[in-house]
Design a protein around this ligand. Structure first.
Ligand SMILES: Nc1nc2c(c(=O)[nH]1)N[C@H]1C(S)=C(S)[C@@H](COP(=O)(O)O)O[C@H]1N2
Ligand SMILES: [Mo]
Length: 538
């Protein structure tokens, strides 16, 4: 007889071996070939927005880790279930297990950034997992069982006993079988333990190597950027009020928010990268990295913002981008007159719909290769991405960009538009308080308040701040660097009494738009409301 507990354990260990070793082998093929990543990745676009939102809210930027872990736990659970089934339906369980193993293979095959060789790691993992499953199941059938089993049919005619039915009752000759059953059980658990540990170790090593190869991906960033043909002006100290705790004017790439649908940033060899401009154009254009780096590249300070940024949130960052004007690229392809949108596609299957005028008017829309003087980090789009002033990232800032498809809004839709977000996403005027910290404690006396505001394309005209229920007072603005970057501000309230207080901020852009107090959720086009924080004066 096979104990359901042992066969379930065998199923779990086999699954661990499958993913562990596939993951390990996947390091030679790239993250797109790792079955666990591929499964998690496949779930992202399928997940209903209503489910994704709370998970992101709860786990923040750890939502990816959460997704991977829950995919892993679900896979182990399924493995255990199939294993359990094997205790009485071994054949069915084997069939189910190999069928389940096909799922990651199919998922990998249909992902946009993969090729057929990318299924090799999963095939190897599957073969190992199945072998381990068979070994464990047969070692789970104790030696006593295997010896007595053939004897059983002599007593019971084969037809009278369904295959795999438990041998009835504890053996009457228990004293005879016990000495054999005990070591067999011990042997089963030792083998299971050793193989399970090997599987777990493979996962761990796979992850470590993954981290290293991703750094190697950054080392692929040995890509040498040319000197800018046009350098961005240096940031004057007057742009950043000297208040402790205020965000730096230029965001360090490691502190720059990251939003994308990729579980692991794709690793792209710049030598193999190219950008294809096609669709409603007179001339299709293909650009290689060498072509791009030989063009005169401009540097611009541009603030990037995510449509999902909650009021007061940090899904906004400011960097100095180096790139080639998209306007000049499109000019080469000669878009047809009635085209009104460019659908940019990424290596990993994401797409963004950008109004064509945002890419052809006089704003500094870039095909960017550099961020703050270095190549783009892998998680921010290495080797090339789009940066478009004035539009939220989901409709413009395609990372790992590989295609610009010139088309029309009434013909094509983008990744997030298909999931209920707007087709176009102009950035609304916004502001946040950074000093004092929400729920923080500050010393009694004069109170310094400071923060950041943005209204790309228009620029910030004024920032109003209010202490408790007092009047709006306008803050001192840092100098404007350009209308496409954020503007920092500060103000002081004299002699604030001890106790609990609030500060509220609103910004007004140069077109006269006043940041609305009306609260709304971020879908379909950004959350609104005034940032309002509470703190204590002691
Ligand atoms: N390939 C790809 N590019 C993408 C996305 C994505 O999911 N995949 N997300 C977009 C969104 S919603 C935003 S806000 C910006 C964020 O850019 P960052 O991660 O460099 O801050 O990237 C955009 N580009
Ligand atoms: Mo975004």
């Amino acid at each position: 007889m096979r104990s359901p507990f042992r066969t379930a354990l065998a199923g779990i260990v086999a699954t661990l071996v499958l993913f562990g070793f596939a993951d390990l082998v996947a390091r030679a093929f790239g993250p797109q070939s790792a079955p666990l990543l591929a499964l998690g990745q496949a779930i992202i676009p399928l997940a209903p927005t209503g489910l994704v939102k709370p998970v992101i809210d709860l786990f923040g930027t750890n939502d990816k880790l959460f997704l991977i872990l829950s995919t892993g736990v679900a896979a182990l659970g399924l493995g255990g279930l199939i294993g359990w089934l094997a205790s009485h339906r071994l054949h069915l369980a084997t069939v189910l297990m190999s069928t389940a193993g096909l799922v990651p293979i199919i998922v990998i095959l249909i992902r946009p950034e993969t090729s057929v060789v990318d299924i090799i790691p999963t095939l190897i993992g599957l073969a190992l997992g199945m072998a381990v499953f068979r070994v464990l199941i047969s070692s789970g059938t104790s030696r006593t069982d295997t010896r007595t089993a053939p004897a059983a049919p002599r007593k019971f005619p084969a037809a009278a006993r369904p295959a795999g039915a438990p041998t009835p009752g504890p053996s009457p000759s228990g004293s005879a079988s016990k000495p054999d059953a005990e070591p067999s059980r011990r042997r089963f658990f030792v083998i299971t333990g050793v193989i399970g540990a090997a599987g777990a170790a493979a996962v761990a090593v796979g992850q470590t190597v993954a981290a290293l190869t991703l750094d190697a991906g950054a080392a692929v960033a040995k890509l040498v950027l040319p000197k800018p043909a046009m350098t961005a002006p240096p940031i004057p100290t007057s742009a950043h009020p000297d208040v402790k705790g205020l965000t730096p004017f230029i965001t360090d790439p490691k502190d720059f928010y990251r939003i994308d649908t990729a579980l692991a940033p794709p690793v792209i060899d710049p030598q193999e990268w190219s950008l294809r401009i096609h669709g409603m154009v007179e001339e299709e254009v293909t650009l290689t990295m060498d072509d791009l780096l030989n063009l005169p590249l401009d540097e611009h300070h541009i603030t990037l913002t995510c449509v999902s940024n909650p009021v007061g949130g940090d899904l906004v960052g400011n960097a100095t981008w180096l790139g080639y004007p998209v306007r000049d690229l499109l000019r080469r392809a000669k878009p047809l007159k009635d085209a009104d949108m460019v659908l940019s596609h990424s290596f990993d299957g994401f797409s963004a719909s950008t109004p064509i005028e945002a890419l052809t008017d006089d704003r500094d829309s870039l095909l960017a290769v550099g961020m703050n003087g270095s190549p783009l980090p892998p998680e921010h789009g290495f080797p090339a991405r789009l940066v478009v002033p004035g539009l939220y990232g989901f409709v413009s800032a395609t990372k790992w960009v590989t295609e610009l498809e010139v088309t029309r809004f009434d013909e094509k839709t983008s990744y997030w538009t298909d999931r209920g977000w707007d087709a176009e996403g102009p950035i609304l005027v916004a502001s946040r308080v950074e000093v004092p910290k929400p729920l923080g404690n500050v010393a009694a006396g004069d109170l310094a308040v400071a923060g950041t505001a943005w209204a790309q394309r228009s620029g910030i005209r004024r920032v109003d701040v209010k202490l408790d229920d007092g009047e709006w007072t306008s803050a001192d603005l840092g100098d404007e660097v350009n209308i496409d970057t954020w503007r920092q501000w500060t103000t002081e309230f004299a002699d604030v009494e001890a106790g609990s207080h609030t500060v509220t901020v609103r910004a007004i852009d140069k077109d006269g738009n006043v940041q609305t107090p009306k609260r709304r959720k971020s879908i379909p086009n950004t959350a609104t409301g005034h940032h309002h924080i509470q703190f204590r004066v002691e």
